[in-house]
Design a binder for this molecule. Structure first.
Ligand code: FES
Length: 137
């Protein structure tokens, strides 16, 4: 059986996708252009029919954005305190889309996600129709 190697070049623990066999605290973390926090807490998770983080990671891979200088990282979060807008996704990026809150993402199509990820990767402003959640400052 061949060894599984993660994106950082480390051998992976059997049964895991990226957990390295040898932990090296001095190894740098991977750069990412944007990090997408998918709320997977109880109320948001109920709004979606699938595991949103898994679904989004597949789309990121389809676009080839799981590695390289435009890498998009998808991570789960606990409650983000905006349950009434479930299913909530928050995106942090150093692009023109610095802090985005997405609401009702269970209604987004695969094409919506592709458009969004490509805009993040290319430093383009995301369409306001996708991000019309009101944020009090
Ligand atoms: S459970 Fe998702 S914002 Fe509260």
């Amino acid at each position: 059986m061949s060894k599984k190697i993660n994106l950082m070049g480390s051998e992976v623990v059997k049964g895991f996708e990226c957990k390295p066999k040898k932990l090296d605290p001095n190894k740098p973390i991977m750069f990412y252009k944007a990090i997408v926090y998918v709320c997977s807490d109880e109320r948001c998770a109920k709004a979606g029919k699938s595991d949103k983080a898994v679904e989004l990671r597949e789309i990121v891979k389809e676009l080839g954005l799981q590695k390289g200088k435009n890498r998009i990282k998808v991570s789960r979060s606990l409650c983000q305190g905006a349950c009434r807008f479930r299913q909530v996704v928050q995106i942090n990026s150093d692009s023109p889309n610095q802090k985005l809150w997405l609401k009702h993402t269970q209604k987004f199509s695969k094409e919506d996600w592709k458009e969004l990820f490509l805009k993040l990767a290319n430093d383009e402003k995301v369409d306001k129709n996708l991000i019309d959640m009101k944020v009090y400052e």
